[in-house]
Unconditional design. Structure first.
Length: 134
């Protein structure tokens, strides 16, 4: 079945054209949230996503921005918090507390252009990656 540009190979395996790997979403159950933790970085959110997350949290948009976002130029990123030996998304606590309204950046992981040529790096982070031909 097709879901936008993503293709469900079976009930658990997702692929996307142009990527040399597939993603087994069942691996998330046994993962420590590696895609939500690690080195510091930006978790970009669009104005629409800001409204959706604020609504999900039953918060005023301006209060949400003040509490949970940092402004980087003209864009917004979710704040991070110290976590183990690195950082975590402010909404990560044994899973994503805003999962139904998580940003596009989170929803599209692990199918980021960056990883097209860095599959070995991705496999270290995500236990659900299956290279084509495996």
């Amino acid at each position: 079945m097709e879901n936008g540009k993503f293709k469900m190979e079976n009930e658990n395996l997702i692929s996307k054209e142009g990527f040399p790997y597939k993603f087994n979403q069942n691996a998330c159950k046994d993962c420590d949230g590696n895609c939500c933790i690690g080195e510091s970085g930006y978790i970009w959110v669009s104005p629409k996503e800001i409204e959706e997350i604020a609504g999900f949290l039953k918060m005023d948009v301006e209060k949400f921005k003040e509490m949970y976002l940092i402004k980087v130029g003209y864009k917004y990123s979710l704040k991070e918090k110290p976590y183990k030996n690195g950082f975590a998304c402010i909404f990560f606590a044994k899973g994503c507390s805003i999962y139904p309204v998580r940003p596009k950046q989170c929803r599209t992981f692990p199918f980021w252009d960056y990883f097209k040529t860095r599959v070995n790096e991705l496999k270290k982070e995500c236990p659900g990656i299956i290279e084509d031909g495996e």
